[in-house]
Design a protein around this ligand. Structure first.
Ligand code: SF4
Length: 288
């Protein structure tokens, strides 16, 4: 079978993930083990690679039982309570919170301190970044993940909304529009509805580029971990413009029946998909 294969140049780790992985690798050159609070990246293949060189993923309960050691905070960031636990247990932190997330956390803290209304966060419920953001408002923020969860908001009171950095910009716009409509419908203070544009620019740019990439190929093979929230958003985007889009986590999941002779195949992935994995899939397809 003859296939033309192209890897999307924009796909692969984002700045925040590259920075976190590099810091972990640097630390692991001088010590044989390093704890990471949560998965440093939502990609099992990359986690396996890092685990082999000594990165051990722990959860918060495990961290509470550690002391006098070093723990890495991943790019998603953490709520203030995690830093308190580290102080109480004499744990040194390698804080890899992405600067974009740090800025968003600071904006939420400032708004929470000065705003008399509700802080709303558009994001995946339970996602590490979202938990970190909620913590900036002392746990007093409403998380919405779609129009169906808007009933948690009181539309008669002022509202200030922020988005998780990896959400779909179009979906964020739709949520904000739906909130505005409900404020109007119940005679609430429309003028006191503040929208903060906090989607990561790298992610927003990828959305535009990925649509063009998916449209220009007959088949799309999209690689990302199951847990990757950004992966789900970007894969859905590919599927919406190219029905022959397939989501895989490892190259073993590729089914040769997806392809026909002469197809042009585009390979792409999420902000948590390593370049080496995209290249591995390309090589595998060349053999087909
Ligand atoms: S997606 Fe953007 S905000 Fe999130 S870690 Fe990557 S660079 Fe940082």
């Amino acid at each position: 079978m003859r296939l033309t294969i192209e890897i999307d140049e924009e796909s692969g780790f984002c700045y925040g993930v590259i920075r976190a992985v590099q810091k972990a690798e640097m630390k692991l050159k001088e010590s044989s083990t390093l704890y990471s609070l949560g998965s440093i990246v939502h990609n099992n293949s990359e986690l396996d690679r890092l685990n082999k060189i000594g990165l051990e993923v722990i959860d918060l309960e495990q961290m509470k039982n550690l002391s006098d050691t070093t723990v890495l905070i991943r790019a998603h960031g953490e709520p203030p309570r995690t830093y308190e636990i580290a102080r109480e247990n004499n744990i040194s932190l390698i804080d890899c919170t992405c600067p974009v997330v740090l800025k968003l956390q600071a904006r939420i803290r400032e708004t929470y301190a000065s705003h008399n209304g509700q802080i709303v966060i558009f994001g995946k419920i339970g996602h590490a970044e979202v938990n970190g953001l909620v913590g900036q408002a002392n746990g007093d923020a409403i998380v919405v993940d779609g129009v169906q969860s808007l009933e948690k908001i009181d539309f008669t009171k002022p509202i200030c909304i922020f988005s998780q950095t990896t959400k779909d910009p179009k979906e964020y716009e739709e949520i904000c529009e739906a909130i505005k409509e409900r404020i109007v419908a119940c005679g609430g203070p429309v003028g006191e509805f503040q929208i903060h544009n906090t989607i990561c620019r790298q992610v927003a740019q990828r959305h535009t580029n990925l649509v063009a990439f998916a449209e220009s190929h007959s088949v799309i093979v999209f690689i990302s971990g199951k847990e990757s929230s950004n992966g789900k958003v970007l894969y859905d985007l590919c599927k919406s413009v190219n029905p022959r889009s397939y989501h895989i986590q490892t190259r073993n999941q590729i089914d040769p029946q997806w392809f026909q002779d002469g197809d042009s195949v585009g390979i792409c992935g999420a902000t948590s998909t390593p370049k080496w994995q995209l290249e591995g899939v390309a090589k595998h397809l060349e053999q087909i």
